[in-house]
Design a binder for this molecule. Structure first.
Ligand code: SF4
Length: 482
């Protein structure tokens, strides 16, 4: 069976993926009617079926996807870590394979609203890509899309997004889709970041057909990670006073964005905000007309944050990092712990490791002693790091920031929901990954952020990570998994 999305990307043919929001508010019949219309547009290579959009339950994405395919539209199914653990996700992949559905969009997912089921977040999006890749190696021909947001306006948020994308690519991502945004220099920045590193992973730029109601919501940062600047909000509101309610102006902005993406070398556009076939066909036609003059359109697509961070070329190069490091002061506790790790090495086969392993084996054979050690470990690490006794300690790989203090328990970098360095779930708190980034930068080791951190073995929760470490029971990065 052919896969138009995979084929278009492989052939370097500019393509369109249109989002079908399978929310509880949209009647399934309407979604499928839209799918039938989109299937008749040759440049549309897939319909992207959401799951849990904005943190709220919707229709079963697999059922919607299978029905869309029956109407001639190849689906791209969103698979999030919100409500399924690794077994559930593996089962969903098996179900997709059984239905011959290849395209999967691997996402962390938005934190659910208060009225929904408590979230799971057993895996993060990088671990999910690994899981899919393992299945692919087992003969299931999945095509994996991942998300990235260049529309982050603090250094830590922005650079970590790109670093995390590199991790997703290393884990097996085939294509990256941007978050919504209306800032051409940021679209260009992401493309340049990949080009500078020789990464050829195709990019789809998000082109959202923005009306006044959605603009108002996004101006307040909802859904998480989506942001509309005050200037763009004012422009959209002014347009909405036109006799057509601003429809034509919305479509024109979308077509101009597509033309810019083509000019920048993006592989395609990921269109949201409308799945009306007539609108999509108009955008495609108009973008074709505008393509030759794309550079003249760039200045008008500049709705970034005032004074926001833009990545200079090759920021992560050694010279630039050294210069930055000279200005930064290292955090004392992490540096002291690093020094201890070097002075008393236990991560490789040394006399100290062998001696400690023998002591730990002795303790492990005596249940009360093991329980006591677990309590001692927690008593030390809880006040220092907010330890939650997960039993699989990766503090040493994450600049001594405990990943269990992230509400989504991510281990490979921030989700896309951060807002100016603040957490999506607890907005009055800084995102924990800002501290990881700042410390890595201060110690001149930004490369270490690219280390893949596997999912914890949840069965070890409540046990001593020290015992698990010395007895090699825990789940932690190993050199061959970087
Ligand atoms: S990673 Fe696990 S063991 Fe380490 S500090 Fe965090 S909760 Fe505790």
């Amino acid at each position: 069976m052919t896969n138009p999305l995979r084929d278009a990307l492989a052939a370097g043919r500019f393509c369109y993926v249109v989002e079908l929001v399978a929310s509880a508010l949209t009647r399934e019949a309407r979604l499928l009617e839209a799918a039938s219309g989109l299937a008749r547009i040759p440049a549309v290579v897939a319909g992207s079926v959401t799951s849990y959009a904005g943190g709220a339950m919707g229709h079963d994405p697999l059922r919607v996807a299978a029905a869309a395919r029956a109407r001639g539209l190849t689906p791209n199914i969103h698979l999030t870590c919100v409500s399924q653990d690794r077994r559930g996700l593996a089962k969903s992949l098996d179900d997709m394979h059984a239905l011959a559905l290849e395209n999967v969009f691997a996402l962390t997912g938005d934190y659910p609203g208060a009225r929904d089921q408590p979230p799971v977040f057993d895996l993060d999006s990088v671990q999910l890509v690994r899981l899919i890749d393992e299945r692919r190696r087992g003969g299931m021909p999945f095509h994996v899309a991942v998300a990235v947001s260049p529309f982050k306006y603090t250094e830590a948020d922005c650079v970590y997004q790109y670093v995390k994308l590199e991790k997703k690519i290393a884990a097996g991502a085939d294509v990256a889709v941007t978050q919504v945004g209306w800032d051409a220099p940021k679209f260009a920045e992401l493309k340049r970041y990949l080009d500078e590193r020789g990464l050829r992973t195709p990019l789809l730029g998000n082109v959202y057909v923005l009306g006044p109601k959605t603009a108002e919501r996004m101006a307040t940062g909802r859904p998480p990670g989506c942001w509309v600047s005050p200037e763009l909000l004012a422009a959209v509101q002014a347009e909405s006073h036109a006799s057509d309610g601003g429809r034509q102006a919305r479509l024109e902005r979308a077509a101009r964005t597509v033309a810019i993406l083509r000019g920048l070398g993006y592989a395609g556009a990921y269109v949201g905000g409308t799945h009306d076939a007539a609108n999509i066909a108009w955008i495609i036609r108009r973008a074709d007309e505008l393509a030759p003059q794309w550079e003249a359109l760039v200045p008008a697509l500049g709705y970034g944050a005032d004074g926001g961070f833009y990545l200079p070329a090759r920021t992560l190069s050694k010279g630039a990092a050294d210069e930055a490091n000279a200005r930064s002061r290292a955090d004392r506790v992490p540096r002291l712990l690093d020094w201890l790790g070097h002075a008393f090495p236990v991560s490789r086969d040394t006399w100290l490791r062998r001696a400690l392993t023998r002591v730990v084996e002795w303790i492990d054979r005596r249940k009360p002693a093991a329980a006591l050690l677990e309590r001692v470990e927690l008593a030390i690490k809880k006040p220092l790091f907010g330890c939650q006794a997960c039993g699989n300690c990766v503090l040493g790989h994450l600049e001594y920031v405990c990943p269990q203090t992230c509400p989504k328990q991510l281990r490979n970098g921030p989700c896309g929901g951060t807002d100016q360095g603040r957490c999506e779930v607890v907005p009055d708190k800084p995102c924990i990954w800002v501290a990881v980034y700042e410390r890595a930068r201060a110690s001149g080791d930004l490369e270490a952020l690219k280390t893949y951190v596997p999912a914890p073995d949840r069965q070890l929760s409540g046990t001593s990570s020290w015992i698990n470490y010395f007895l090699d029971r825990d789940s932690r990065p190993t050199p061959d998994r970087h």
